[in-house]
Design a protein around this ligand. Structure first.
Ligand code: AMP
Ligand code: ZN
Length: 487
């Protein structure tokens, strides 16, 4: 009996995430079906953004995009810390106003996001939420979770909150010490500042318990809940933020709202390393994004940063960047080849056996891609599946001009690009279309010359086209494919 194989897009696996809270892999189910609310800790704007920042922001951008691809409406908030000790120190050292500093470096940060194609929905700044912060701190004082020290600083009373240390897995108070410079006025060495009393020469705001400015941790509790509500789905940041920053955020938020969990899934990125050390301003080993972008281009950087799983450490080195640059070319030319096939040829009546096999291979890669992304957003394995796809495109689809296989492959490449966003879409103008036809004519003439064994003239045509950036690739069986490959 004749049975025809059924071609259909495979069903997609459920998404699983590794939750830092409990250090477990869990199925992803947002609090409200269909909607994902996520918050990530953004930069303290006192210096140029570096590749370590880019690493973390891109990781969450890819996570957000994959959730969008899977049909969720995602609201993504990322804050800007525009008042902090580091900013005040930088202003003092450089003799500039602190607002001038934050303006300069937040613009640099926005420029980086734009170049890297990172979209954030809401970008709240601390200095625009001081009243909300004061209200929140007042609420914690009223509920007995915070106390006012004689200096006018306000501290969170860690002993009053049950569950401190669960996020970071630090269960003994000996491991909680922080903010050593104010040990004298705290009840316990592990209490942390919600409000820092004013010192001469520092910016300040008036609060019921005295003038001063917010501590670092409180801003994220306040601004996340302001835009996402008292409970939300994903909270992210670099690994360095687990303790004390996120531990403190969690404590004060669950204390304030009286609801658990404040955040359902805690996700943390691995470090970008340079010579085995974390890239960071304090170690003096940063590679500023602006400089790296001039050398490598934003899309190579984007692809490179996504070439490792977000939780893994990623090492900065030239070889891996060169590899990313080659992969970027490979992916872009595969995309162009597919769109050209779909533009120039038309669907055949019946799928040959070879093309059918190619389509099935593409469907397998579609499954591989989604399995990888659904498995805690494994961009490294997802990219590997797409590189295998480019091999199939080059080996089978292009030389045979398989229309149906090309359309399956293009859909997969587009889904990949929804997450990775590294394809440079070039609009095809009328002039481009005419140029394409012209090149097709020349290539056809050359193929005829080769068939007649006039290799001299055929080679001359190939060399001249190459000089113009039009590269010809001859496949066994006589088929020639051309690509425009300008440096
Ligand atoms: P900062 O401006 O240092 O507060 O950092 C802003 C964000 O970038 C935080 O989520 C950090 O964890 C993250 N970050 C900073 N340096 C690195 C690095 N080398 N690798 C990965 N993430 C980093
Ligand atoms: Zn934060």
């Amino acid at each position: 009996m004749f049975t025809s194989p059924v071609l259909e897009w495979p069903s997609l696996p459920r998404i699983r995430v590794r939750n830092t809270l409990g250090n477990r892999v869990e199925y992803f189910e947002p609090l409200e079906p269909g909607i994902v609310r996520m918050y990530t800790c953004g930069p303290t704007v006192y210096d140029y953004s570096h590749l370590g920042h880019a690493r973390t922001y891109i990781a969450f951008d890819a996570i957000k995009r994959y959730l969008v691809l899977r049909g969720y409406d995602v609201i993504h908030v990322q804050n800007i810390t525009d008042i902090d000790d580091k900013i005040i120190n930088k202003a003092r050292e450089s003799g500039r106003d602190w607002r001038e500093i934050t303006e300069l470096y937040s613009n640099d940060y926005f420029e980086m996001l734009k170049k890297l194609r990172i979209h954030i929905d809401i970008h709240p700044r601390v200095t625009e939420h001081i009243n909300d912060i004061i209200e929140f701190i007042q609420g914690l004082i009223d509920k007995g979770y915070a106390y006012i020290a004689p200096s006018g600083s306000v501290y969170f009373d860690v002993d009053k909150y049950e569950g401190y240390g669960e996020l970071s897995g630090r269960f003994s108070p000996e491991e909680w010490r922080q903010e050593e410079d104010v040990l004298r006025e705290k009840k316990h060495p592990y209490d942390f500042a919600l409000w820092k009393a004013w010192k001469p020469g520092e910016p300040y705001w008036e609060a019921p318990w005295g003038r001063g400015r917010p501590g670092w941790h409180i801003e994220c509790s306040v601004m996340s809940s302001k835009y996402l509500g008292p409970q939300f789905d994903i909270h992210g940041g670099g690994q360095d933020l687990v303790f004390p920053h996120h531990e403190n955020e969690r404590a004060q938020s669950e204390a304030f709202f009286g609801k658990k969990p404040w955040v359902k899934y805690w996700l943390h990125t691995g470090y970008l390393l340079i010579s085995g050390e974390k890239m960071s301003k304090s170690l003096g080993n940063i590679v500023i994004f602006r400089e790296a972008e001039k050398k490598w281009g934003a899309l190579t950087l984007r692809l490179w940063l996504l070439s490792a799983h977000y939780r893994a450490q990623l090492d900065y080195n030239e070889e891996s960047l060169i590899q990313a640059r080659n992969n970027l070319r490979r992916i872009n030319s595969a995309y162009e080849d597919l769109t050209k096939i779909l533009r120039e040829s038309s669907p055949g009546g019946r799928l040959g056996e070879k093309e059918l096999r190619t389509v099935q291979e593409v469907l397998q890669l579609y499954t591989d891609f989604h399995n990888a992304m659904s498995n805690d957003f494994n961009t490294a394995e997802a990219l590997a599946a797409i590189l295998r796809l480019t091999r199939i495109i080059n080996r089978d689809i292009v030389p045979n001009e398989y229309y149906t296989a090309a359309s399956f492959a293009l859909r997969l490449l587009k889904e990949f690009n929804t997450v990775f966003d590294v394809i440079e879409e070039k609009p095809v103008t009328r002039a481009d279309a005419e140029l394409e036809q012209l090149i097709n004519i020349i290539v056809k003439v050359r193929s005829d010359l080769r068939a007649r064994r006039d290799y001299q003239l055929a080679d001359w045509i190939r060399a001249e086209l190459s000089r113009l950036g039009i590269k010809l690739y001859d496949y066994p069986g006589g088929k020639t494919v051309w690509r425009i490959e300008r440096e």
